[in-house]
Design a protein around this ligand. Sequence first.
Ligand code: ADP
Ligand code: TPW
Ligand code: MG
Length: 582
Amino acid sequence: MSAALAPSLVDDHSAVEPEITDGFHLVIDALKLNDITTIYGVPGIPITDLGRLAQAAGMRVISFRHEQHAGNAAAIAGFLTQKPGICLTVSAPGFLNGLTALANATTNCFPMILISGSSEREIVDLQQGDYEEMDQLAIAKPLCKAAFRVLHAADIGIAVARAIRAAVSGRPGGVYLDLPAKLFSQTMDAEAGAKSLVKVIDAAPAQLPAPDAVKRALDVLRQAKRPLIVLGKGAAYAQADDAIRDLVERSGIPYVPMSMAKGLLPDTHAQSAGAARSLVLKDADVVLLVGARLNWLLSHGKGKTWGAPGSKKFIQIDIEPREMDSNVEIVAPVVGDIASCVAALLDGMGKDWAAPPAAWTDAIQAKRDENLAKMANKLRKNAAPMDFHGALGALKTIIAERPDAILVNEGANTLDLARGIIDMHKPRKRLDVGTWGIMGIGMGYAIAAAVETGHPVLAVEGDSAFGFSGMEVETICRYELPICIVVFNNNGIYRGTDTDPTGRDPATTVFVRDARYDRMMEAFGGVGVSVTTPDELSQAVNKAMDSGRPTLINAVIDPQAGTESGNIGSLNPQSTVRKKPA
Ligand code: ADP
Ligand code: TPW
Ligand code: MG
């Protein structure tokens, strides 16, 4: 070797030193490769650097104040986009905080992935008392669709791919991905690492219904004298909006939307039987369910709600075969994805489909007009303090004028009355407590709705409901999100008038009287307003939505106006025995 070559040999040696990657980078690369661009979470050991590096890699990382709200954000991001929303948490306590959201997502059929750091496997498994020790995989398993743990950096690619596919294929739901601390700093050759990543092809493949099933369904539907279509949030999720509109309009069949399917067709549509719901559920002879389960929200398909026993035939479109016959007999199950099923029905209907008998559609029209007229007067009341109807009348107008705004809604009276009063005009614009009737989704859903869509968000919140996620107003201010929160402040849960019979403490259902929730928003630099009339409310909301600034409006509602448990008082057991106060 000549002396002149020696130095360059040394240089070459450093140039060929293999490039390395590690667990942190592989997780981020795997998500990005699959077009996942946003993470919702709370930092801490062992995932602090993961969030930091993800942000540096151009991902949006939204840091919350509590994991449950980050998890709810991920879940509703999944509903809105058909891509699994990602929630990132620390081990044990952070994981458990996120788990409620994962279970809620699974219950609601929303795709999400909870990625949680976990503690040292060897110590956890021997129960030797590690920092934040917990067997998280075992705990997550019964509460989600699938749960995976990754021990080797080389498996990160395949694990992320499996998690994505599990979340969005078939019936969507929550997936848990357990990443022990040691995994993140494991290194491997960068090229081998890149090759280990997997891009998921066709994550939610079309599932075509069998031709026989489609024919059977059309035969039943054709015989109907009083047909009805029920649209559920599965239909909203499916993003088959045009096909669903065609099905409704070409069949001429009246339809009822479940709460998160409102706006799939505008609530003002001539065929909407939403305002005659009791009548149509009771009197219909054939009911076509599209992405709606016959669970408690539809009285399990039986009982008084559904009229005389045996008076109904159900046709059901759902991607989950086991949903069929879950509560009552389904005479025509159509198993497949909604887009494919609805397209097949449209195909089979042909050009000569006869509209339902006028006796049926006229009766519905009459009932609907009667109910809407009864409601209209109540909505115009401009009194102080407001009742729910007066306040919601103002918000109904605002949503009609701003149909792109997303409405988030939770509470009891605040929920049930808003659902009935506020018409929705576009698909996937109403996000609410869903299948569990869970309180606490408000700020998480509002934040993700703003982040994912860029549209303004109006969150209509009972004062109790708001309290479950209220601290996230800081998150809203920090990210300067266009969210206007209206707290319906009636001093409590259902009503603000209960008292402790012994006179010792506040009653269990009441809060600090005349609280000023608006000041919570001001504390973080947002806009706070307190209003007492529908006119003031209307002005304040319009101003907030024009400006796009984080705003909280404390809407003073008559504490006597609500009813216990809102619309579902019948599910609320009450003792008939009342002993004398101690
Ligand atoms: P709602 O509460 O609005 O009545 P549910 O959550 O009870 O609605 O029902 C939603 C249903 O939609 C679930 O049974 C789910 O399996 C189904 N579903 C979700 N996505 C699809 C899809 N793309 N195609 C077919 N069915 C779907
Ligand atoms: C996680 C039980 C149902 S509705 C509600 C509670 C606590 C609050 C109702 O009061 P709010 O509404 O929001 O002020 P309003 O207009 O009637 O006064 N914990 C969870 N979920 C549920 N559903 C509850 C408790 C509940
Ligand atoms: Mg209240």
